[in-house]
Write a protein that binds this ligand. Structure first.
Ligand SMILES: Cc1cc2nc3c(=O)[nH]c(=O)nc-3n(C[C@H](O)[C@H](O)[C@H](O)COP(=O)(O)OP(=O)(O)OC[C@H]3O[C@@H](n4cnc5c(N)ncnc54)[C@H](O)[C@@H]3O)c2cc1C
Length: 431
């Protein structure tokens, strides 16, 4: 039987998007031998197909397209001489079987299988899009139903036209950006339909991608049937009530040959689950500590596989933390000041989730969350049990924006055994 090639690293990074590259650069800079595994033939992840501007405003203080933003990191990875395995799929994470190599990552590449032993693994596998199957739209199964990201790939990378008359379901950023992209390519965009009573994407994208192009946004409306035999001929849309169920009698038929679905992203955590990583049902990402380490010693998580980000700049910042922490773990330089009992963080009120889920050390850090629906006049309140430790200014909150709550050593010290630190967004009554 052929021998499987085995190589040893301090840090193995799975995924070569902005998260994987950011983590690899930080690990390398901290002195750890590092490899990036990427299943595609190129580094860059989803950014390769995001040819619109809007990237890099925080990190580079200039506005770049997705490929430009990615290329800056690809150049740095190359210049640093970090090992990169392209066309290589990570298949599993197992125990390393040696005291000096806690983990082993099995990889299928162009040259066959390889086994990479290491002390730390960084999960940076990104997200996949939810499909028609996952949201269960009834009707026939003709050609012409695409996820928005697939259509983006066809248009921006393959130079293919997905159709002529388009309906878009979902007003998250990907749906909004694709509405504009289709319009720019000469496709007729009939409208964007959104289940919720508000747009899910960033305000700037509603303005720049829909309003500037005269594309209507239909709120509290969903696609209730796909019509067509071989190719989509129309979709049926219906208004929805407060319970988000279609209201009988509001059905109308919209002629179109293409339906683009932009109905959410799902972190690609199959590998993580199989490795025993605990998954938060709210984010569908790993439950991590302040260093972005999961419950499995030496496995870290960052980027969209941890929590869905709207800004690549935030992915880079998070990945830099994960890479540095993975290197410190691998090299034995991680700070040992662990609390006797980790402090558990819980989202509360209108906060839909919280990352990190626990803090093991007295450290100043930030906890990230999103609200579950838009709120006017609301306040961030941090509590230990019933005691209020912090409250922020009254302001508006939107689900499209990732928020950060400050966590201080003083707050951590105030949490008594058995209590959790709750991060809450509470509505404020107008005077
Ligand atoms: C349509 C769209 C528009 C956007 N617009 C903006 C914008 O204007 N501004 C902005 O700042 N951000 C924008 N973003 C957000 C930003 O692009 C993402 O947040 C960011 O790309 C996430 O990076 P990531 O590395 O976590 O994931 P990805 O970029 O998805 O990278 C993950 C990588 O992991 C690889 N991988 C997965 N599993 C495996 C495996 N088992 N083995 C090997 N490799 C694997 C994948 O092939 C992929 O290359 C947009 C995103 C989309 C989709």
């Amino acid at each position: 039987m052929a021998q499987i090639e085995t190589r040893d690293y301090d840090v193995v990074v799975i995924g070569g998007g902005p998260a994987g590259m950011g983590a690899a650069l930080a690990a390398h800079e901290a002195g750890a031998s590092t490899v990036v595994i990427e299943r595609n033939e190129h580094l860059g992840g989803i950014l390769r197909q995001c040819i619109h501007p809007g990237f890099g405003l925080t990190h580079f203080k200039e506005e770049l397209t997705g490929p430009e933003y990615a290329q800056r990191f690809i150049n740095r990875v190359r210049e640093a001489g970090i090992d990169v395995m392209l066309g290589s799929m990570a298949l599993g994470i197992d125990e390393g079987g040696r005291e000096d190599a806690a983990h082993s990552v099995t990889v299928m590449g162009e040259d066959g299988m390889a086994r990479l032993t290491c002390r730390s693994v960084v999960l940076a596998m990104g997200c996949r899009e939810r499909t028609r199957f996952e949201i269960k739209i009834p009707g026939s199964r003709p050609a012409g139903v695409y996820t928005a990201g697939l259509a983006q790939r066809y248009i921006n990378i393959e130079n293919l036209r997905p159709g002529h008359r388009v309906v878009i379901l979902g007003s998250g950023d990907i749906g909004l950006i694709m509405a504009r992209r289709c319009a720019l390519e000469g496709l007729e965009v009939e409208g964007v339909y959104e289940l919720m009573p508000y747009a899910n994407g960033l305000h700037r994208n509603v303005k720049n991608c829909l309003e500037d192009f005269g594309i209507p946004l239909h709120l509290s409306t969903t696609v209730t049937r796909v019509i067509g035999r071989d190719r989509v001929e129309a979709v049926e849309v219906s208004n929805v009530g407060e319970d988000l169920s279609p209201i009988p009698g509001t059905e109308r038929i919209i002629p179109c040959d293409t339906l683009l679905l932009s109905v959410g992203l799902i972190p690609e955590n199959e590998l993580a689950r199989a490795a025993g990583v605990e998954i938060d049902p709210r984010t569908r990402g790993a439950r991590v500590d302040q260093d972005l380490q999961t419950n499995v010693d030496g496995i870290f998580s960052c980027g969209n596989v941890l929590q869905v980000h709207d800004l690549a700049d935030n992915v880079t910042a998070e990945a830099t933390r994960a890479g540095a922490a993975a290197a410190a773990h691998a090299l034995g330089t991680a700070r040992p000041d662990v609390l006797s009992e980790p402090v558990t963080l819980e989202p509360c009120g209108m906060a839909g989730y919280i990352v990190p889920a626990r803090i093991n050390r007295t450290v100043a850090t930030k906890a990230f969350f999103r609200v579950r629906r838009p709120l006017e006049h609301a306040q961030l309140v941090i509590r230990a049990g019933d005691a209020v430790l912090f409250h922020g200014k009254t302001r508006d909150y939107k689900p499209s924006i990732m928020e950060a709550a400050p966590i201080t050593p003083k707050m951590l010290a105030a949490v008594k055994p058995g209590e959790t630190l709750t991060v809450s967004i509470d509505p404020v009554e107008e005077a």
